[in-house]
Design a protein around this ligand. Structure first.
Ligand SMILES: Nc1ncnc2c1ncn2[C@@H]1O[C@H](COP(=O)(O)OP(=O)(O)O)[C@@H](O)[C@H]1O
Ligand SMILES: [Mg+2]
Ligand SMILES: [Zn+2]
Length: 521
């Protein structure tokens, strides 16, 4: 989705009062500002487009407004107007997602030692802070440990799990919520009224639902809807537009499948997740699309001349064999049936895609062949196809741990699987690497047979299992569990350190936290 939504930028709230939702954060910040009880570092967490950057900038105005530290900055003084237009010298914003700036971290923080040029405080807003490198975090930690009185940090992230506990424990954390549809509808309505653009209420409801809690996404979709239907927002047009956006992803997936490009398929799926598309309906739409492709392959005239997706459908019909379409259709339908059993919808969806990939005949078809009209002779698969490189699912694209969660295996077969990583999966041959410490399991043929049977059942195709001993330490699901346990312990320690009671006890009584005594709940 476009990051440069015109409406989102134009209608970014400039005061706490203009914000939709997030009352819990606004209330706490307003109280702190009114009573001048300020922390030196804040962390805003939450999914994209819910107001993290917006609140951070309003907060920066609150700290630097010429009328004094206040929850209601004037909006007209030099500091307020300069912050609104992004020109305030004492507001330093950096996006950790772009690397060059991260390299400058140390230098930037050295500047924190100097007094602000024109404001009361130097405010550092660091967006997507979880992307910082280890050395950048360390540089920041130094400043966080002994912050100059004139410095405030506002960190923002969509992924707080990735922030070191040493940093977490020095921040006051606020979790921003996804915005409920009613608030999004109200905001869209307000923006449209201000812009003098006519709309149908049903259209706003559709946009709000598609935005899945993100105000930025809602406004960006509104941009597109206005462009799509020419300066008005109609329900029918919006419905059409959202459908076309969703199907665009499905076409991308099928093209990646045709190219045997598993990484690209997963990238598209991740895009869909970012857009908060629901995966269960997506599998249904994928099956519907494949059904249309099959129809077009059989009866090319079946497709109307004025069908907007005509070219794309004809393209797919030529690129895939009829059997391939049948197989993918089956896998999509099957995947939808069992999506409730998957660890989550994303896992269910991507597993279906990877099944398609794993069972595609070897090698993408050549352009020449794809360009030719479908003729019966083409469908008689020559043996030459076998000689081409196989469609391979590498360990990078298939999540063995997630798959294992869905396999119907117990006992020694499950133990075996837990201590393996996936080497490759191609043409029904699934190769595993066994962790060297578990060497003895190699001789347990019964376990291997059970695992092979479970895989065959899972993929509804014969799977041949090959287990080999890995040379060095490998990242098995068992090892991941162990690591996760340790991470949870670290989080528990951080939570205790942040606990106000514990902090008071430490400050006033000189109490010490015995970290080994902390157990995650
Ligand atoms: N709570 C909100 N109320 C009103 N508009 C919002 C809110 N959250 C986000 N927006 C809109 O979305 C845009 C992006 O919001 P931003 O604060 O940058 O999101 P993020 O949480 O990703 O930092 C803003 O310019 C604004 O138009
Ligand atoms: Mg932001
Ligand atoms: Zn002001």
């Amino acid at each position: 989705m476009s990051a440069t939504s015109v409406l989102a930028r134009k209608w970014r709230p400039k005061t706490f009062a203009q914000l939709a939702g997030q009352e819990h954060v606004v209330q706490a910040l307003s109280n702190a500002l009114a009573q001048n009880r300020l922390h030196h570092a804040y962390l805003f967490t939450g999914t994209r487009g819910v107001g993290k950057t917006t609140i951070a900038r309003i907060f920066a105005k609150s700290l630097n407004c010429a009328s004094g530290v206040t929850a209601t900055p004037c909006g007209t003084c030099g500091a307020c107007t300069e912050i609104d237009s992004g020109r305030f010298v004492d507001l330093i914003e950096l996006d950790a997602a772009s690397n060059t700036q991260v390299d400058n971290m140390r230098e930037l923080l050295e500047s924190a030692l100097y007094a602000p040029t024109s404001g009361r405080f130097k405010v550092y807003i660091i967006d997507e802070v979880h992307m910082l490198s280890k050395s950048a975090f360390n540089a920041m930690l130094k400043t966080l440990e002994e912050p100059p009185a004139h410095v405030k940090f506002v960190l923002a992230t969509t992924d707080p799990q990735k922030i070191p506990v040493t940093v977490l424990s020095r921040c006051l954390q606020f979790n921003l919520k996804q915005l409920p549809p009613a608030l999004i509808v109200a905001r869209l309505q307000y923006v449209l009224e201000q812009e003098g653009i006519p709309f149908e209420a049903g259209a706003l409801a559709l946009l709000a639902r598609a935005a899945q809690g993100s105000m930025r996404d809602a406004l960006s979709l509104l941009d597109q809807a206005i462009a799509y239907s020419g300066s008005r927002v109609d329900e029918a047009v919006v419905r059409n537009m959202l459908g076309a956006i969703d199907r665009g992803y499905l076409y991308d997936l099928l093209h990646a499948l045709q190219a045997r490009d598993g990484a690209e398929m997963l990238r598209v799926a991740d895009d869909m997740a970012l857009r908060s598309l629901a995966f269960e309906p997506a599998l249904q739409d994928l099956a519907a699309l494949l059904h249309r492709v099959a129809l077009v392959q059989t009866v090319p005239q079946a497709i109307a001349e004025d069908e907007p997706e005509r070219d794309r459908l004809l393209g797919l019909a030529q690129q895939f064999d009829a059997e391939e379409v049948q197989l993918c259709y089956q896998i999509a339908v099957h995947g939808r049936n069992e999506i409730d059993l998957a660890p989550d919808e994303y896992a269910g969806f991507t597993m279906a895609l990877l099944r398609m990939l794993a069972f595609m005949p070897a090698g993408a078809r050549t352009a020449a062949k794809a360009g030719a009209p479908a003729a019966p002779a083409e469908h008689a698969k020559p043996a030459q196809a076998e000689a081409q490189p196989a469609a391979t699912v590498s360990s990078a694209s298939l999540d063995w741990g997630a798959l294992l969660g869905q396999l119907n295996v117990q006992g020694s077969a499950r133990e075996l699987a837990r201590h393996c990583t996936l080497e490759s999966f191609a043409d029904g041959r699934l190769a595993l690497n066994l962790a060297p410490q578990q060497k003895l399991m190699l001789s347990n043929k019964a376990a291997q047979e059970k695992l092979q049977a479970a895989l065959t059942e899972y993929f509804t195709r014969p799977v041949r299992l090959v287990v080999t001993l890995a040379a060095a330490g490998i990242a098995t699901p068992a090892a991941a569990e162990q690591q996760e346990k340790q991470a949870r312990q670290q989080q528990a320690v951080a939570a205790i350190r942040q606990d106000p009671f514990v902090r008071d006890a430490q400050a006033q009584l000189g109490a010490q936290v015995i970290e080994d005594s902390i157990k995650p709940v």
